[in-house]
Design a protein around this ligand. Structure first.
Ligand code: HEM
Length: 475
């Protein structure tokens, strides 16, 4: 097992010359471009909403710019626009290289790219024109749900085709991918169809709780970790420290994660045995996470210099530190004692940002930093130091936003517990919301550096291609 898995991770490193030719680079780049565009739009939506928290209304009286609508553009934009599109791009790179086979059909990939962008743009249109559904993270207007589900099934078929042809033991990345391809359409159907059409009342709320959490745990997490198991050994040029530990991580996730969702509804009318089950399995996930994080940090042993010299590795490992932090937070905030204070406060919003952006967003930005020059066939970025600015502005913004919001959450929670007047708690929260705005601006500026660097790298490449003396500069 170990030998085979090692071999497969080495194949991913590009030792087999044909691996590169199996990847369709334009489709990877196209997914990355849409992903970054949605990230910028979603961040502008987040900034708009942050202004409104401070009672600054850039577009007063315009219904289409009302805070509730832009909040949904923000959350749907980051999840389905930024994260899902980036993962689709990275999968088009990793799956063919790990399986040594192309995806089922590149035409299907392009169809999925068009359809997925269609789904996201119509979701934004539907949300802004007031057609959202009352399902958290499933606000996508009703007519889009079946199309999105069909899209997810097509994605699964396109990638599972090369994966099922792999003979012999599979590297752990492929385990995670298979699981994600099976779980994601099921999770999507559970939240958008079962909870809505077949069950009602508290049962429906319980299912939506599962849906919200399983989107993170059974779609984003397995793809994120699967990609980390691929990219980290490839970039460090050494195999993962322990394949045994990687399997414990995988099966631990599969076993405990699906039970977690109800922890969003502690103290609700959902039966207590289900609430206690969610508490225990959430704490159990923390143990599993520790094994995964140990595995990656042991892999970094004797290569710690990469944290200084290799920007993608820095993005990945900072994301892992954040991952451990969020899961540790989870193990505490899931207890009934802690819930009494932090429920409905900004603590939760701080936690969400650290998970969605600090972890998965950082992994994605690291993958893009590593892959984009390869996709464009150039040796280096237009300005490598702009990428350093990207990292520091984003990293500092993220850390400030996290500490700012969890502090705000604690203050709000204790004030509410003491039954302090609501208006007084708003006044107490305002400085934290102002700091959140500046942290967001720092993160947004970081993304502008990155976007500008991509545009300039593409432009420089175009001029190099046009001039024959440019050849040595191309990779
Ligand atoms: C410019 C940077 C950003 C700003 C200013 C910002 C601001 C906001 C605001 C004001 C909210 C609503 C909070 C509330 O309802 O109390 C929010 C929610 C959220 N944002 Fe952001 N955000 C930013 C970037 C991001 C990024 C990059 C991601 C993920 C990749 C993200 C993920 C989320 C999530 C998941 C929520 C829902 C939180 C919850 O319901 O617990 N945000 N954000």
């Amino acid at each position: 097992m170990t030998k085979a898995a090692d071999k497969q991770s080495r194949l991913g490193a590009g030792e087999v010359p044909s691996a590169d030719s199996l990847v369709n680079k334009p489709i990877v780049f196209a997914f990355f471009c849409s992903s970054l565009t949605y990230l910028l739009i979603a961040m502008i939506a987040g900034l708009l909403f942050s202004f409104q928290f401070l009672q600054i209304y850039p577009f007063p009286g315009l219904e289409v710019f009302s805070p509730g609508r832009w909040r949904m553009v923000h959350t749907n934009g980051v999840a389905y626009g930024f994260i899902a599109s980036a993962f689709l791009g990275a999968l088009h790179w990793a799956v063919p290289r790990l399986t040594l086979r192309p995806v089922l059909s590149v035409k299907l990939s392009w169809f999925i790219w068009v359809a997925w962008n269609g789904v996201i743009l119509s979701t934004v249109f539907g949300l802004l024109t007031g057609h959202a559904q009352a399902v958290e993270w499933g606000e996508t207007p009703m007519w889009i749900d079946p199309v999105a589900l069909l899209g997810l099934i097509l994605v699964a078929i396109n990638f599972l085709h090369p994966i099922i042809k792999v003979k012999g033991p599979m590297y752990v990345t492929l385990w995670y991918f298979i699981a994600a391809f099976v779980w994601t359409p099921l999770v999507y159907a559970m939240g958008n169809f079962v909870a809505q059409y077949w069950v009602g009342g508290t049962a429906s709320a319980a299912l939506i709780g599962l849906f919200i959490h399983d989107l993170v745990g059974l779609f984003v997490t397995p793809l994120g970790w699967g990609l980390m198991y691929y990219f980290v050994p490839v970039i460090l040029k050494k195999p993962i420290w322990s394949h045994g530990l990687s399997l414990i991580g995988f099966w631990g996730l599969a076993f405990f994660y699906p039970l977690n969702g109800i922890h969003h509804f502690l103290y609700s009318p959902i039966p207590m045995f289900l609430q206690y089950g969610a508490v225990i399995s959430t704490i159990a996930v923390e143990v599993v996470v520790t094994t995964v994080v140990i595995n990656f940090f042991m892999t970094l042993r004797h290569r710690g210099d990469a944290l200084r010299s290799n920007l993608p590795i820095r993005w990945f490992y900072l994301g892992m530190v954040f991952y451990f932090t969020t899961c540790l937070q989870c193990a505490f905030q899931v207890t009934l004692t802690f819930q009494k204070i932090i429920h409905f406060t900004d603590w939760v919003v701080g936690h969400s940002h650290l998970v969605m952006f600090g972890v998965f967003g950082f992994w994605i930005l690291g993958m893009m930093t590593y892959l984009i020059p390869k996709l464009l066939n150039v040796k280096d970025w237009y300005r490598p130091n702009w990428n350093a600015w990207h990292f520091w502005l984003t990293g500092i913004g993220m850390i400030v936003m996290f500490f700012d919001l969890v502090s705000a959450g604690l203050i709000q929670g204790f004030m509410w517990k003491e039954l302090v007047q609501w208006e007084t708690t708003l006044v107490a929260s305002s400085p934290f919301w102002l700091i959140r705005l500046f942290a967001g601006l720092s993160m947004f500026t970081g993304q502008c550096f990155f976007a500008a660097n991509i545009i300039m790298t593409v432009k420089r490449r175009a001029s190099l291609v046009a001039s024959p003396s440019a050849a040595p500069a191309m990779a």
